[in-house]
Design a protein around this ligand. Structure first.
Ligand code: MN
Length: 291
C-alpha cells in the first residue's frame, strides 16, 4: 500500500446563491483548473457552508427546474430540505439524511427549506453532488432513494472515537445502502479530537475529502474546515488525524471515461443530446410540476 498524494487543498471559492435558499461554494467543476472530468463520476459539488437563516413564512429555495443524464445527491448536515418531483416523489431530507435522486431520462423538481424549519429559522449546512451516469443508463427511468441517517451503514471506531457512516460502497465490511450505477465510495467520518483513521481506496479512483466541521491533519498536511482535499491517482492510503472533533465527507469513485456535454441542468455525452433535452423540456416531455 502506498500513500495517495494530495494534489491540492482548495479553500472555499466565494459563495453564490442558488435560488434564495442555498448559499453555495462551487468546488466542482471548479475554477477552470479542475476540469469537468477531474472528479468523474462526480461532476458538480455545491457546498452550502454553515449559515444562519432568519425565520420566514415563505420557504426559501429553488423553483421548478429539470434535470437529465445524472443523479443529484443531497446531504443535509444542518436544517431540513423539502423536495417534490414530477415523478410523484416527495420527501423531507432531515438533519443527517441523504436523498439520492436518479434524474436519468429526466424530471422536474423543486428544492426548498422544509416548512417548519423555515418558520423557525436556524443553522443550515448541506452538500449537493451531481453524480454522472454512464451513457447506457442516462435514459433510464427516474428513481429516488431516501437514505435516512438510521439506515446508513455504521462502522463504530473503538473506544468511542467516532463512527464511519457509509452512504455508498463498503468501509471495512460495513456496506452503504445506496444503489449506484458505477463503483462509488461515499462516507461521513465523524471523528473525536485525536482520532487517527486510515482509508484505503483504489488508486485509480478519483478521490477527495470535504472538511465539513473541525479540522484534521491529512497525510501530514493541515486540512481546515470548509476546505476540499483533492488526491492524485497514485496510491491507496489516506491517513487522517482529527485535530478537533471533525466531520469529513469522503468521495471516491471509478472514473467514467466517456465524453461530457454539459449545459445547465443537463449532463449528456454529445451536444445533439443536449439539444434534444432542451427540445423535450420545451415540449413538456419532462412532466408537470406546480411551482
Ligand atoms: Mn435540482
Amino acid at each position: 500500500m502506498t500513500i495517495k498524494s494530495i494534489e491540492r487543498i482548495i479553500a472555499p471559492p466565494p459563495p453564490h446563491m442558488v435560488g434564495d435558499g442555498f448559499r453555495v461554494h462551487g468546488f466542482l467543476p471548479g475554477d477552470g483548473r479542475l476540469g469537468k472530468h477531474r472528479m468523474s463520476p462526480f461532476f458538480m459539488l455545491d457546498y452550502a457552508s454553515l449559515v444562519e437563516f432568519s425565520p420566514t413564512d415563505t420557504p426559501r429555495g429553488v423553483g421548478v427546474h429539470p434535470h437529465r443524464g445524472f443523479e443529484t445527491v443531497t446531504i443535509a448536515y444542518k436544517g431540513r430540505i423539502a423536495h417534490h418531483d414530477s415523478a410523484g416523489h416527495h420527501g423531507i431530507i432531515g438533519e443527517g439524511d441523504v436523498q439520492w435522486m436518479t434524474a436519468a431520462s429526466g424530471l422536474l423538481h423543486k428544492e426548498y427549506h422544509e416548512e417548519s424549519f423555515s418558520k423557525q429559522g436556524g443553522p443550515f449546512q448541506m452538500v449537493q453532488i451531481w453524480v454522472n451516469l454512464p451513457a447506457k443508463h442516462k435514459m433510464d427511468p427516474p428513481a429516488y432513494q431516501e437514505i435516512t441517517h438510521e439506515n446508513m451503514g455504521k462502522h463504530r471506531l473503538p473506544n468511542e472515537q467516532g463512527v464511519v457512516e457509509v452512504i455508498a460502497g463498503n468501509f471495512q465490511g460495513t456496506k452503504g445502502p445506496a444503489h449506484t450505477f458505477t463503483p462509488i465510495e461515499m462516507y461521513n467520518l465523524k471523528l473525536k479530537a485525536g482520532t487517527n483513521l486510515t482509508l484505503n481506496l483504489p488508486a485509480a479512483y478519483n478521490t477527495a475529502l470535504l472538511i465539513i466541521e473541525g479540522s484534521a491533519i491529512v497525510n501530514s498536511e493541515k486540512a481546515p474546515a470548509d476546505h476540499f482535499i483533492l488526491f492524485q491517482q497514485d496510491g491507496e492510503q489516506i491517513q487522517i488525524s482529527a485535530e478537533q472533533d471533525a466531520v469529513i465527507l469522503v468521495l471516491s469513485g471509478e472514473p467514467i471515461n466517456e465524453p461530457i456535454a454539459a449545459y445547465g441542468p443537463f449532463l449528456m455525452n454529445q451536444w445533439s443530446e443536449i439539444e434534444q433535452a432542451i427540445q423535450d423540456f420545451n415540449t413538456g416531455k419532462f412532466g408537470v410540476l406546480e411551482d
